[in-house]
Ligand binder design. Sequence first.
Ligand code: SAH
Ligand code: SF4
Ligand code: F3S
Length: 449
Amino acid sequence: MKQNNNNNTDKIKKYIVQTYGCQMNEHDSEKISWILEAMGYVLTDDIKECDLIIYNTCAVRKSAEDKVFGKLGELKQEKRKNPDLILAVCGCMMQRQEVVDIITSKYRQVDIIFGTNNIHKLPELVNTHLNTGKTIIDIVEDTKQINENIDANRKYDFKAFVNIMHGCNNFCTYCIVPFTRGREVSRAPQNILEEIKGLADNGCKEVTLLGQNVNSYGKTLEKKYSFPDLLRDINQIDGIERIRFMTSHPKDISDELIDSYGKLDKLCNHLHLPVQSGSNKVLNLMNRKYTKEDYLNVIDKIRKINPDISITTDIIVGFPGEKEEDFEETLNLVKKVKFDSAYTFLYSIREGTPAAKMEDQIPDKIKHNRFQKLLDVLHEIGLKENESLLNKEVSVLVEEISKNHEDTLSGRTSSGKLVHFKGSKRLIGNIVNVKVDNVNTFTLEGTVI
Ligand code: SAH
Ligand code: SF4
Ligand code: F3S
């Protein structure tokens, strides 16, 4: 049995949370950090003085999982040097029994395994482990068990992630998320609005609303209340100046949401709308439930309302059955839409999903070739889109001192573009106007006006 440090006031307990995956996981880690600090733990970046390490994992692609297994392997040494170190793993990977089995058999240095829906139980799990010395496993599948009363230790005061829903019911054939995050459930509007009011009272200017498919927000609520209703109500909260959201699914995007872009002054000048492929055959195999034409139609409608809106997307290359002509259709769609930027992924087989069993899996070499071609086209378009901003004025929420230059600040435009400019760090947290002097494929450079 380990010494129960929880009741030991002599030594300050230190923790590290390492996060993999999407914003949903980043935000879960902010909640984990809040819980740990309420337990008396203090953040450190030095593994040698650490009492508790938590890996918050992602299962979306094999590469994400491999990273975690690699890290857990490395920690065996650490555990040998410091047997009192508690090693916990949580997040999407843990929602899969196969992964839990691998960890309990091959990574026995792990002390606590928990999932995405029971973060609130962390203090109990840590204490049980300390009191028994046993490996504690606690996984809950039901998203309705998610506890609403956990706050988050957010990285910035001026911008915040806010969950509006949990889970996903879409079962795109390549995707593991519906299996790791469970069934879709919307948070009550009053809880979301209260959370955002509280954030605004503490100086928050920008909120990013999180859900796997925000366009279906409200479907599990008793009263009729949709995503555009929620946006309208958030738009009225004093202090909030920018509203973002991730992610919206093209099949559920409503005219009402599109109209919101013309009505709500705080809605950012950006829509992230994952298309995944430009081929109707592939979209059908992916179970995306829209066609290339539907997608282009949405883009047309939204550009009629807001011609300058920045459109970004996700694209998967090398889905099973993707022929050269299907890939060409993706390239054509990219050229038509002129995406400002895109997250691009090599299709990764996820055991348990329908696509894993599909015939005609694409060889790695072909995937990589197509991936490179796609990047070349995307980068050329992205640069041109950025060039259209040269000498224009953009409003920027100043976020931090630039990673590479101490006298340079960085922040984001309403359209989500990263801007670097010289200025005093006192500007951090403010929205300032910047004239764009120079552009690159991924960033803008400018001067504060
Ligand atoms: N709910 C969001 C996406 C969450 S996953 C949506 O539907 O838009 C983020 C992205 O990862 C997806 O949009 C997809 O492009 C990519 N992705 C998911 N599963 C994948 C897989 N098996 N292989 C490669 N990319 C994948
Ligand atoms: Fe995955 Fe599709 Fe759900 Fe997005 S909508 S999380 S891609 S199943
Ligand atoms: Fe996000 Fe990865 Fe889970 S993308 S929802 S952390 S599988």
